[in-house]
Design a protein. Structure first.
Length: 536
C-alpha cells in the first residue's frame, strides 16, 4: 500500500507489532490535525459562536426525565381552604413563605417551550450586545436563538386564593439554561383581567424566581433588602413553597423554594416616591448614554421603557446623553447634578461595589433599572436580579479577586458610562462618603447575620422538598468559616462549594476599609480574568 511499508518482517508477531505502531502513528497524526483544525476553527468568531450556541441550546426537553420532583403526599391546608389568608399590605413579607400551586394541561406546559429565532452572528462574549431584534426581550437567550413564548395554565392557587387561566411563560436567561433538565424553572405570570379583575390583591403581574443559580437561597432577598436600607427604590420579595401538576404527565409535585419578586412598573414606581409622573426604564447596553443618530426612536430599544415616556422625559434623556458626550471638561464637571440625582447614584454604585455585583452595570450592561424623577426628570438607578451579588458571580475573576476588587476602578472591560462617572469629582466625593456610611450600616456582619438567621428557619424545611439534595449546601452557605467542598451537590454529581455570604462580608469589609485608608490597592478585574473559570 502507498501509505505503508512495502516489505514487512517475516516474523508474524514482529510484523503485527510494526503494523500496529504504524497505525498508531497515523492515528496520532490524524488526531493532531483534528485538534489543530478545531483550534483554528474556534479562532473564527462565527464558528465559535455557533458551537457555543449549539451547546447551550442542546438537551432541552419539555418533560424532562432527569431530576424529577418528589410527588406531594398531602395538599397544604391553605390551598384547600379557599380562604383569604393574606391582606393587601402583607403580600410581600420578606421572611414568609406562601403555599402556591400551578396546574397545567400537557399541551399548555409544552407550549411554554422556547421557540427558535435567528441568532446574532459572531463570537459569544459576556460583553457583546444582548439585544437580538428578532427576540421579544433582551438577554442571552435571544442572542443564542431562543425566545420564550407565553402559554396559559389551568389555574393558580395562592394561599387559598384561586385564579383561573393565568398567562405564563418561563423567565430568565442563564437561570433558564441551568434549569433545562428539570421542572423547577422560573416563571412570569399575568393574571387574566377578565377572569380575575382584582388580581392578586391588586397585582396582575407576578415573578416567581427558581433560585437555582443561588445555593445560598438568600442572595436576592438580602440584596433587595440591602438597597431598601440605603434608600434606593427596591422591589419587595416573599418566599414561596411551590407545587406543580401537569395533567397526565406529572402528579402534584414539589418544586420547592421560590422567591416572588415585585414587578417594577409604574404602580411600583409611584409607590416608591409617593407621587406619580416618574419614568422607569430597563436598559441593556454596554454603552449607556452613548449618543446615537436620530431622535427618540433610535434610543427606545436600548433603554426599553417600562412606563410611557412623555415628550419632556424623552427630551431630558436625549439632552442628558448629548451633555454626557460633550468634550468640555469644565461643563462636564458642573453638569452632573442637573441631569442626575447624584446622591442616589452614589449610594447605588457604592452598594454595587461593596456587594461585588458583577452580573450587572459594572460588567455586562444589564440587570439594573433606570428611573426618572417626576417634575425634574433627574436620572437615578435601582437594582434588579441580585442572585449573583455578594461576590458570587463566577464569570468574573476568582472569589479572591472579587473580594478584593478595586473601589476606584470597580468596572470590568469597556464601560462607557461608568468610566466617565468615576471621572466626576462631585460623584467621587459622594461615592466615597456612601462607602463609609454603608460600612457603618448596613454592610456589617452583625446586621446581615441577623437577617440570615431570620431567613434560615423558614428556608430549610422547604428545601427538603427540592428535587435534589441541597440542605447540606444550604448549611454550608450559612457558615462563618470558609469551607471548600460539600457532599450532596445538585450540580450533576460534582462537589461544588456553596457561596458563603458571611465569609465574603468579613473579608470584603476588611479590603474596602484598607483601600479607603490607603493600606491596600484593590484588584482591577480585567476582561481576561472575567473569561476564565472560577476555581471556587
Amino acid at each position: 500500500m502507498k501509505w505503508f511499508p512495502r516489505n514487512w518482517p517475516a516474523n508474524r508477531l514482529l510484523r503485527h507489532l510494526l503494523q500496529c505502531l504504524v497505525l498508531c502513528c497515523y492515528g496520532l497524526l490524524v488526531l493532531i490535525l483534528l485538534v489543530a483544525g478545531l483550534f483554528l476553527a474556534f479562532q473564527h468568531p462565527s464558528f465559535s459562536g455557533w458551537a457555543l450556541r449549539t451547546l447551550l441550546t442542546a438537551g432541552f426537553k419539555p418533560f424532562p426525565e432527569a431530576i424529577a420532583p418528589a410527588v406531594q403526599e398531602t395538599i397544604p391546608a391553605t390551598l384547600k381552604s379557599n380562604r383569604l389568608g393574606i391582606q393587601p399590605d402583607s403580600l410581600f413579607q420578606w421572611d414568609h413563605a406562601w403555599h402556591v400551586h400551578l396546574n397545567f394541561t400537557s399541551n399548555q406546559w409544552a407550549a411554554l417551550s422556547p421557540v427558535k429565532i435567528p441568532t446574532l452572528s459572531g463570537k459569544l462574549s459576556p460583553q457583546m450586545t444582548l439585544r437580538n431584534p428578532h427576540a421579544s426581550r433582551a438577554g442571552l437567550l435571544g442572542v443564542i436563538g431562543w425566545d420564550l413564548p407565553w402559554s396559559q395554565a389551568l389555574s393558580l392557587d395562592f394561599e387559598g386564593l384561586h385564579f383561573v387561566a393565568p398567562r405564563v411563560r418561563y423567565k430568565g436567561n442563564g437561570t433558564f439554561l441551568e434549569s433545562k433538565d428539570r421542572y423547577k424553572r422560573s416563571f412570569k405570570l399575568k393574571l387574566s383581567p377578565e377572569e380575575n379583575p382584582a388580581g392578586l390583591l391588586g397585582h396582575q403581574n407576578l415573578n416567581f424566581h427558581s433560585l437555582l443559580a443561588d445555593r445560598t437561597r438568600m442572595s436576592d432577598a438580602l440584596g433587595y433588602a440591602y438597597f431598601k436600607a440605603i434608600n434606593i427604590p427596591s422591589p419587595r420579595t416573599s418566599y414561596l413553597d411551590l407545587t406543580l401538576a401537569i395533567e397526565g404527565i406529572l402528579p402534584a409535585s414539589h418544586l420547592g423554594l421560590y422567591l416572588m419578586v415585585e414587578k417594577p412598573d409604574g404602580q411600583w414606581l409611584d409607590s416608591q416616591w409617593g407621587q406619580s409622573g416618574g419614568a422607569l426604564l430597563k436598559p441593556v447596553t454596554m454603552k449607556l448614554f452613548e449618543e446615537l443618530e436620530g431622535g427618540w426612536e433610535a434610543y427606545e430599544a436600548v433603554y426599553d421603557p417600562k412606563t410611557p415616556l412623555s415628550e419632556a422625559q424623552q427630551a431630558h434623556l436625549i439632552s442628558t446623553i448629548r451633555w454626557f458626550n460633550q468634550p468640555d471638561q469644565q461643563g462636564f464637571q458642573a453638569g452632573w447634578e442637573t441631569y442626575f440625582d447624584l446622591e442616589s447614584v452614589a449610594r447605588f454604585f457604592a452598594a454595587q461595589v461593596l456587594l461585588s455585583n458583577y452580573d450587572g452595570i459594572l460588567f455586562n450592561g444589564q440587570n439594573f433599572l433606570m428611573t426618572m424623577q417626576p417634575q425634574t426628570h433627574r436620572i437615578a438607578f435601582a437594582p434588579w436580579d441580585l442572585d449573583h451579588s455578594w461576590g458570587e458571580f463566577p464569570l468574573t475573576g476568582t472569589l479572591e479577586q472579587r473580594t478584593h476588587a478595586s473601589i476606584t476602578h470597580p468596572w470590568i472591560g469597556d464601560q462607557f458610562f461608568v468610566e466617565r462617572l468615576f471621572q466626576s469629582e462631585v460623584f467621587l466625593r459622594l461615592y466615597n462618603q456612601a462607602l463609609r456610611d454603608q460600612l457603618q450600616f448596613p454592610f456589617t456582619l452583625e446586621h446581615i447575620s441577623q437577617q440570615m438567621d431570620r431567613l434560615a428557619p423558614l428556608i430549610r424545611p422547604v428545601l427538603q422538598h427540592e428535587p435534589a439534595p441541597t440542605t447540606a449546601q444550604f448549611d454550608q452557605a450559612q457558615a462563618s468559616q470558609a469551607q471548600t467542598s460539600v457532599s450532596g451537590s445538585e450540580t450533576k454529581g460534582t462537589e461544588h462549594p456553596s457561596h458563603q455570604i458571611r465569609v465574603f462580608i468579613q473579608q470584603r469589609r476588611e479590603s474596602v476599609l484598607a483601600q479607603l485608608e490607603g493600606r491596600e490597592v484593590g484588584q482591577i478585574i480585567t476582561f481576561e480574568m472575567g473569561s476564565s473559570p472560577d476555581p471556587e
